[in-house]
Design a binder for this molecule. Structure first.
Ligand code: PLP
Length: 428
């Protein structure tokens, strides 16, 4: 495969943009390549500036659950753009969006729109602090909640891949207010509650981890967290930026039957445009400005273009049969991948949650971040490069999820499976 144009663009980008990228996970640094510049996408495929075509398993890191350039999204955005791209004033579609989100997530009495997942989690934590009048939060090792200061502690995704804790621009004071527990280990949470009685405002987690690769929760662990938070008067926040509208219609909370106090959303609800949202119980959301003292705002929040794309997306997802079809597709793929991965029990593990999955290059079952860290990232890099040559576009880091979309055809999935079989055989 030739990447001449991508390479030239990246060389130019490095003169103007730090590291040549606007988000570190795009850098391809950890897989020993330079980034591939994408020219366009269609359904389950993306096409780069050198004319190479790929089956895309990143889906813009989640948003394109129904594939790229979906006709309903295009139509909705076109209609919206002709009316003007935003007014910094109220528009009717804000109400429509909130109503639609609530229909998917009954735990959300009230919803506020923001512009990214980062804003959603940052605002939800501020709200929890304001409501509880407590300072500390608990997060889990390997969970990623965007890039605001208080979350850059033992975080997954690009932070795991690239960052260090020294001189990273986050002050010790801020970090000291974020306590870190181990995923799937309720005792590690209990210990923190005992050590800091009456001081913990919120526990936040990805109910299924997607940013350290996919790591599944014990259902008992989620239930115990819920009970513990209720007992302690602590706000339980589910960061469903990835799992929302994906694990099931109503996200992980519906799938596992556990109700959080606050929920953070992003990615899919924007239909590919920059969007986030957070919401939850009425009495908590009531302390948000302008009703209450907790300030939160955004010039572009509830932007009509983003709302149009998001509403169109949720309408598509609300259609009957959508989730059944997604599940069927995901299972078709994961069954085949499982069978291949099973040939390498001393080298590989495979975690699957519906359309999300990760092949871990380790001999250890992966139930928490430490298990994931045991992976052979060098071998992952070689795997990634070979799969690219086969026209399969995967995340350029071991610590990310693969996304199957509703636009992948059986042929696309078979192509990936064949490439996987061949590639693994060459690596071991
Ligand atoms: C992507 C992600 C975020 C951050 O969202 P941005 O839109 O990138 O700011 C937060 N939480 C989770 C679980 C995510 O996967």
């Amino acid at each position: 495969m030739i990447f001449d144009r991508s390479k030239a663009l990246f060389a130019e980008a490095c003169k103007h943009i730090p590291g040549g990228v606007n988000s570190p996970v795009r850098a391809f640094k950890s897989v020993g390549m330079t980034p591939i510049y994408i020219q366009h996408g269609k359904a389950g495929h993306i096409f780069d500036v050198d004319g190479n075509e790929y089956v895309d398993f990143i889906s813009s890191w989640g948003p394109h659950i129904l594939g790229h350039a979906h006709p309903a999204m295009i139509e909705a955005v076109k209609t919206a753009v002709e009316r003007g791209t935003g007014f910094g004033a109220c528009v009717e579609q804000e109400i429509e969006m909130a109503q639609k989100i609530k229909a998917f997530f009954p735990s959300m009495d009230m919803v506020r729109m923001v512009n990214s997942g980062t804003e959603a989690t940052m605002s939800a934590v501020r709200l929890a602090r304001g409501y509880t009048e407590r300072n500390l939060i608990i997060k889990f090792d390997g969970c990623y909640h965007g890039h605001s200061d208080g979350f850059l502690v033992q975080a997954g995704s690009g932070v795991q891949t690239f960052s260090s804790v020294q001189n990273n621009g986050v002050t010790k004071n801020i970090v000291s207010e974020t306590l870190v527990a181990e995923f799937n280990n309720i005792e590690s949470v209990r210990t923190l509650f005992e050590k800091y009685p009456g001081q913990i405002a919120a526990v936040i987690l990805e109910p299924v981890m997607g940013n350290m690769g996919v790591i599944l929760p014990d259902v008992a662990f989620l239930q115990q967290l819920r009970d513990l938070c209720t007992l302690q008067g602590t706000i339980l926040i589910f960061d469903e930026v990835i799992t929302g509208f994906r694990l099931s219609k109503g996200g992980a909370q519906e799938y596992y039957g556990i109700t959080p106090d606050l929920t953070c959303l992003g990615k899919i609800i924007g239909g590919g445009l920059p969007v986030g949202a957070f919401g939850g119980r009425q009495e908590i959301m009531d302390v948000l400005s302008p009703n209450g003292a907790v300030y939160q705002a955004g010039t572009l929040s509830g932007n009509p273009l983003a709302l149009a794309a998001g509403c169109a997306m949720l309408d598509e997802l609300a259609k009957s049969g959508t989730y059944e079809a997604l599940e069927q597709k995901a299972r078709y793929f994961s069954d085949k991948v499982s069978a291949i991965v099973a040939k390498y029990p001393d080298h590989l593990r495979y975690n699957v949650s519906g359309t999300l999955s990760t092949i871990f290059f380790t001999s250890k079952d992966v139930n928490n971040a430490d298990d994931a860290r045991s992976c052979d990232t060098e071998r992952y890099a070689r795997y990634f490069r070979k799969m690219i040559e086969e026209g399969i576009y995967l995340p350029p880091s071991q610590f990310e999820a693969i996304f199957v979309s509703g636009a992948h055809t059986e042929e696309d999935l078979d192509r990936a499976v064949t490439a996987l079989d061949k590639t693994l055989a060459s690596l071991f």
